[in-house]
Design a protein around this ligand. Structure first.
Ligand SMILES: [Zn+2]
Length: 330
C-alpha cells in the first residue's frame, strides 16, 4: 500500500517576512549562509579548483579568500550570478525569497521599491535569478509516467489563444510565441519556447523532456501524430470532449493559466526574447516551490543553483533584448 507523505503545515514550511529579515539581517549573515551552502568544508578556489585556500583581509572585510596555488583572490560571489554586482547579498537573498514565494512572480518595478534599488538593477537581478532557474530544467530528470503535453501562445490577442483557435494558427502565428509544455500527472512540469509548431519541432522538443516509456496525453493537433512514446492518447477538444476516459490535458492547461495570469497581472509584457527565462521561473516555482518543502530548502535550492551558474553580464542581457536595447518594465 502506498504510504502518504507526511503533510507539513504552512507554519512548518514557510517563514514569514519578519523571520526572513531576521535570518539575513546583516551582510555578514548572508555571506556566511551562502559560504556554507557553496563550500560545505571550506572555500575551494573557483579559478583552479584548489582546496587549499586562505582567508585574507581585504579592505578589512570578511569573505575574501586567497588560493594557495594560483594566488587569486575570490569571494563567495566569484563565478556566480552574484558576481560583479554591487548589490548587497541581503538584497539578493530577499529577491530570491520573493521570486520563490510570490505565486505569480514579482515585477522589477515592485522589487525596486521593496529593496531600494533602481528598476534597472531590479530587472537585472530578476533576469539573473531566472537564468539560474533554467538549470533545474536542463539538469532535471526526464518526465515519466502519464504525461500531459500542450502548446500555448504568448502574445497577440487573447481571443486568438483559445484552444479551439489554436488549431488554425499553424506555423509562424504573427506576434505570438509558442510554448510547448509537458506535465507529469501530479508531478513535475517542463516547458520550452518553440519557434514553430511543426511536427519535427514538437517531436524533438517532447523527446528532450519525456522518457520513451511514457504515456502521452495531448489534444488532436496534427503535430502530435506518431510521437515516439509507448502510448499516446488524444482528447478531441474540437468535439468538446475534454475528458476522454483517463485522457485529459487539464493539468498542463492549469499551468498555462498561471503563466498567463502572471503575464497579464505582474509583468504586463514578456519580452519575446526573454520568454524562456520567464517560463523557467514559472516552472521552477511549480516544481521546487511546492508547499511540502521547507522555505529554507527552497531558497537553498535556488541559491545553490545560482552559485554554480556563471554570471550573466549586463551587456549580454541587453544584446538578448535586441537592437533597440529597450528594457521592458517586466
Ligand atoms: Zn586557484
Amino acid at each position: 500500500m502506498k504510504t502518504k507523505a507526511k503533510f507539513l503545515s504552512v507554519k512548518e514550511t514557510t517563514i514569514s517576512f519578519v523571520e526572513f529579515v531576521r535570518k539575513f539581517s546583516t551582510e555578514h549573515k548572508a555571506l556566511v549562509y551562502l559560504e556554507k551552502l557553496r563550500w560545505k568544508t571550506g572555500a575551494i578556489c573557483p579559478h583552479c579548483g584548489e582546496k587549499k585556500t586562505y582567508k585574507c583581509n581585504r579592505k578589512n572585510e570578511y569573505g575574501y579568500h586567497e588560493c594557495s596555488k594560483c594566488h587569486k583572490v575570490f569571494t563567495v560571489r566569484t563565478g556566480t550570478i552574484f558576481e560583479r554586482s554591487h548589490i548587497p547579498l541581503t538584497k539578493w537573498l530577499y529577491a530570491c525569497y520573493k521570486v520563490i514565494t510570490a505565486r505569480k512572480g514579482i515585477s522589477s518595478v515592485q522589487l525596486a521599491v521593496e529593496i531600494g534599488v533602481t528598476q534597472k538593477s531590479a530587472w537585472f537581478m530578476l533576469q539573473r535569478i531566472r537564468q539560474s532557474m533554467s538549470q533545474t530544467i536542463d539538469a532535471d530528470r526526464m518526465l515519466k509516467g502519464i504525461i500531459e503535453a500542450d502548446a500555448t501562445y504568448i502574445g497577440g490577442k487573447e481571443k486568438n489563444k483559445h484552444a479551439s483557435k489554436k488549431l488554425h494558427l499553424g506555423r509562424g502565428a504573427v506576434g505570438k510565441v509558442a510554448v510547448l509544455g509537458a506535465k507529469e500527472r501530479g508531478g513535475k512540469v517542463s516547458a520550452t519556447v518553440i519557434l514553430d509548431t511543426g511536427k519535427e519541432t514538437v517531436h524533438k522538443t517532447l523527446s528532450g523532456m519525456i522518457e520513451k516509456s511514457a504515456t502521452l496525453m495531448t489534444d488532436e493537433h496534427k503535430s502530435y501524430e506518431g510521437v515516439p512514446f509507448a502510448s499516446h492518447k488524444i482528447v478531441k477538444h474540437a468535439l468538446k470532449e475534454f475528458v476522454n476516459g483517463m485522457a485529459s490535458t487539464n493539468e498542463i492547461e492549469s499551468v498555462w493559466s498561471i503563466l498567463k495570469r502572471g503575464w497579464m497581472g505582474v509583468y504586463h509584457h514578456f519580452s519575446q526574447k526573454h520568454l524562456q527565462l520567464y517560463v523557467n521561473e514559472f516552472c521552477f516555482r511549480l516544481n521546487e516551490g511546492k508547499c511540502d518543502r521547507h522555505i529554507d530548502e527552497r531558497i537553498g535550492s535556488l541559491c545553490g543553483l545560482s552559485l554554480s551558474k556563471d554570471h550573466m553580464s549586463y551587456q549580454n542581457l541587453l544584446s538578448r533584448e535586441g537592437d533597440n536595447g529597450l528594457m521592458r518594465a517586466a
